[in-house]
Design a protein around this ligand. Structure first.
Ligand code: FES
Length: 347
């Protein structure tokens, strides 16, 4: 398996809205101008911050643009604090800020028979960014996109895909009016039906966690897709590694970036990331999905050995982050339990 390409280091950036328009009744497109360099890989996301400090994660919907133009497709959630505010106030000239990029659901170089991309809802945004980048480079193998929505009006990029298909014969787009009760009418069901052998394929899945989970299950078990060739960005915050309700406390020894160590007493039954985020000593931008890397910490060897080995997603992200070290872990993947009393953590 080729080593993952390094991911750009996250940074902060000021953004100005260039354009805001509806792509569909519930989807707001924002074009933003980054005031400083904001390098990202297609498939990654940023954490957008409103003037009042509220943040949400959104994927870049366009291929990286050296002039700093960024497109976001924002699902408007009824009563949503951030999307609701943007729906009302986003207009040319509005100043926002962001941190990022985060996430590792990015194009994988190397041999493959076919690339399958699955999206539901605005999960099409990172998929579109990856496709734009692939079209700029020139397709050398089939790329097939399955995009699911409840209603045909929600497939708001159909015309763009139709134009792309005319120009790029190796690209195929399939719109799926998703009916989760009928497996054949889901994006993963259609992909499995059309491609019974995915043993040499790469699959990228972006959107709702239910689809991402079901796609991984179906395509690896039924179609022979190697697990390491399944790349995903589930949009809802995933549950963290908590295993029980908070009961007792443990005391952590937390060393900050200045080398100062402080004790921190926290409840067990939550993840280390949750405990450190509640104490405001680190961020967990992706909410515990092992996709942003903002919760990376270092642990001394005796403590590392007491933890279960990192799962595939954690190991892959740790390898892709800048300056990976063997003593690093993602705090969101560490469930605090009484045996971790005294755990030494370096930020
Ligand atoms: S919170 Fe994003 S990787 Fe841990």
């Amino acid at each position: 398996m080729p080593a993952p390409q390094p991911l750009p280091a996250p940074s902060s950036c000021r953004l100005t809205v260039l354009k805001a328009q509806r792509l569909a009744p519930h989807v707001l497109q924002l074009w933003l101008q980054a005031e400083t360099a904001f390098r990202y890989r297609e498939g990654q996301f940023l954490s957008l911050m409103l003037p009042d400090g509220a943040c949400r994660s959104y994927s870049m919907a366009n291929a990286y643009h050296s002039a700093g133009r960024i497109e976001l497709n924002i699902r408007l959630i009824e009563g949503g604090q951030v999307s609701g505010w943007l729906a009302q106030h986003a207009a040319p000239g509005l100043a926002l800020s962001a941190t990022g990029p985060y996430g590792d659901c990015c194009w994988q170089a190397g041999a493959a028979s076919v690339d399958i991309m699955l999206a539901t809802g605005t999960g099409i945004a990172p998929i579109k960014a990856m496709i734009e980048q692939r079209l700029q480079s020139g397709l050398t193998r089939p790329l097939i996109v399955y995009w699911g929505a409840r209603h045909v009006d929600d497939l708001y990029l159909q015309e763009l895909f139709a134009q792309w298909m005319l120009l790029h014969p190796l690209l195929r787009f399939v719109g799926v009016i998703d009916d989760s009760a009928t497996p054949a009418r889901t994006v993963q069901g259609c992909a499995a039906q059309d491609h019974p052998d995915l043993s040499a394929a790469h699959v990228y899945a972006c959107g709702g966690p239910a689809m991402v989970h079901a796609a991984q299950q179906l395509l690896t078990t039924q179609c022979g897709l190697p697990l390491e060739n399944f790349h995903a960005d589930a949009f809802e915050p995933a549950s963290v590694a908590a295993t029980s309700a908070p009961t007792a406390g443990v005391t952590l020894q937390v060393t900050d970036r200045a080398g100062q160590t402080q004790p921190l007493t926290v409840a067990v039954g939550q993840s280390l990331m949750q405990a450190l985020a509640a104490a405001q000593v680190l961020q967990g931008v992706c909410g515990g999905k092992a996709s942003c890397g903002t919760c990376r910490v270092a642990l001394p060897e005796p403590w590392l050995a007491r933890l279960p080995a990192p799962a595939r997603a954690e190991a892959r992200l740790l390898r892709a982050l800048e300056q990976p070290q063997p003593n690093q872990r993602l705090a969101c993947q560490i469930a605090l339990n009484p045996e971790l009393d005294g755990l030494q953590v370096s930020l």
